[in-house]
Every structure is written in C-alpha cells, then in structure tokens.
Design a protein around this ligand. Sequence first.
Ligand code: ATP
Ligand code: LTN
Length: 343
Amino acid sequence: MTTSNPTMLSGISPSGRLTLGNYLGAIRNWVGAQGQFECFFPLVDLHAITVRQNPETFADRCLDFIAQYIACGIDPTENAIFVQSHVPEHSELAWILNCYAQTGELNRMTQYKDKSRRNVENMNAGLFGYPVLMAADILLYQATHVPVGEDQKQHLELTRDVAGRFNNLYGPVFTIPEPLIPAVGARVMSLQNPTRKMSKSDEVEGNLIVLLDSPDVISRKFKRAVTDSGNEIVQRVDKPGIANLLNIASATMNVSIDSLEERYRGKGYGQLKSDVADAVIALLEPVRQRYEEVRSDKNGLEDILAVGSEKARAKAAKTLTEVHRVLGLIPATSRDRTLDNGY
Ligand code: ATP
Ligand code: LTN
C-alpha cells in the first residue's frame, strides 16, 4: 500500500488570521515545492473547532484562508486545495488511529499542555486527540514530506511513531512521513513578547504581522517591536527581540544571520527595524494585492474546493479501504450484488 511517490501534505487550521509566521514557516515552502511533489493542502477546519468558533463567520473565514493560499502562489489547478470536513475519511481514520496512540504519549505533547493551560474553561477531548487527527490527515495521503514550522516537530514525531506501530502490526500500510522544517523562519516570535511564538489566534494586534496588513501597518508594528537593552545587533539568547528581527530579516532578505550581524555592526536598532519592515512589505504586498481579486470570486473558490476534495477523496478512500482490510473489518457490499442474486 505504501507509496514512495513524492507526496506533500500540509494543513493550517482556520482560526484567527494568517501571519508572517505561517507564511515563512509553512506556506512559502508549499509554494516552492509545487511541481516536485503531488501536493495536498487541506484547510483543517475540524482542528479549528477544538476552540469555539463563531458559526456565523466561520465559513467566510475558511474562504478567506483559501483565497490567501492562492494569493500566495499555490496553483489550484496543479495541487489539491480542499477543506478537511469535505473528506470524511479524515475523521474515520482519526478514530481508528486513536486506538493505536497511547494516552501517555499524547499527554507529553507540549502544544496540548500549552493550549489546555490557556483553555481552562473548555478543556475538551478534541484538544487531547488533536495530534491523532493530524496523523490521520498525513497518513491518509501516504505523504512522504510535511512542510511545517518548528512547533509541529513533536506532532510529526508522534505521527511517525503511530504509523510505525500500525505497520509493525499489520504490514506496510502507511508511508512514514519526513518533516520539512525551514532553516530560517521556522519559528517567528511575537513582536511584543519575543519569547513567545507569533500565533495567528493571538488577539493582541501588536504581536502579529498579518498577511493582509497594509505597508503602513507593517512599518508601525516593526517600529514598536520590543527590543532589548544595549545596542548590539547580534543573535543571542539574552536578546530575544533582536534575535527575532534578525531571523525575520534573514528569512525575508535571503541573507545569513552572520552576514546580517556584520552588516549592522555599529548601526542602531531603528535601522534594522526599518529594513526588516521594508523586506516584509516587499514580500507581502503582492499577496495583499492579489487577494482581493481572488476572494471576490466566491463561486470560483467553491469550485476549487470541489475539485480539490474530489481528488483528495480518491486517494484517502484507497488508504482507508486498505486499513479496513488489514484490520479484518467486514467489507461493505453493494446492493447490486444482492440484486444479481435474484432477490
Ligand atoms: P493558532 O494560534 O491558531 O494555534 P498558529 O499560528 O500556531 O495557530 P497553526 O495553524 O498551528 O498556526 O500552524 C500552521 C502552520 O504554520 C504550521 O506548519 C506551523 O508550524 C506554522 N507556524 C505557525 N506559527 C508559526 C511561527 N510563529 N513561525 C513559523 N511557523 C509557524
Ligand atoms: N496541527 C497543525 C495543523 C495541521 C497540520 C496537519 C500540519 C493539521 N493537520 C497536517 C501539517 C500536516 C498546526 O499547525 N497546529
């Protein structure tokens, strides 16, 4: 069953607004991989409902995200862009894999520990099982490569462990996926609180660069970004604000951190902030301009999702049928056979 065709899969949950972190850690690398892999890009809406979403605005937010994928340069004619809930195989495989993931290993997930600390009023079982649904997303498509930011490394390890455990019991059903984590930009930090990750569901505006921010807003946010005491522009653990700006500069200007430290020797923080802002504006402005046009064609977006989910279902159903077979579940027969027998 396992395939070694280069297959890429990566998902984002439609909560909050897409950020520079999502772009540098994930989306930019999806764009670069097109043509080299068969690509599946689910918008993982079932992951998003682990925290309460507003039903009045949720569908619109999902379309906003899909339009941003396309504005970033994902070609929907070459790659399957779809919504997770349109492919019910995800939920079914997640249930099955729940029976192969250990509660002990799920308890060790740092994202779970962090999210349950922040959601004390709604510590639902979905938050706990979240990484198993993610494993199902990946394994259904026999993905060989999964481009993600640094924070998802632990979930990928879990996916590999669960897949390996299943394969040891039943034979080579699942491809074991490799994470693809970029060398720079894999962990963009909050601008006001640079010891924390920039997170798209953060409601504090100054912490984030949002993909659709205007150039003015981007400049203002960088100008106000928290820096450290002293005036040296170097990447050091005791200088998280400057280290974050250097990391963003390196990822957006395509220059190594060493050369940036050299370039900014003797210069002030203000110069670094304004150069980083310019580089980020140059990167995001084309996305913002393209977005309006793509988003205004609602029917076009819905067609893209219909085509994407059809392509996704074909592959997902194949894997799920094989999973049923190795587990010894009774095969579903169609009614036609009964009719053939003369009943
Ligand atoms: P939320 O705040 O809703 O939990 P998030 O910003 O952490 O969202 P996810 O949907 O969890 O975003 O992540 C989508 C993709 O973006 C993942 O591949 C993740 O690793 C990557 N990513 C998220 N935040 C960052 C960041 N700050 N730096 C680099 N990559 C990131
Ligand atoms: N858990 C991921 C989002 C996600 C994902 C995936 C990423 C869900 N399914 C499959 C890669 C592959 C997160 O970033 N919070």
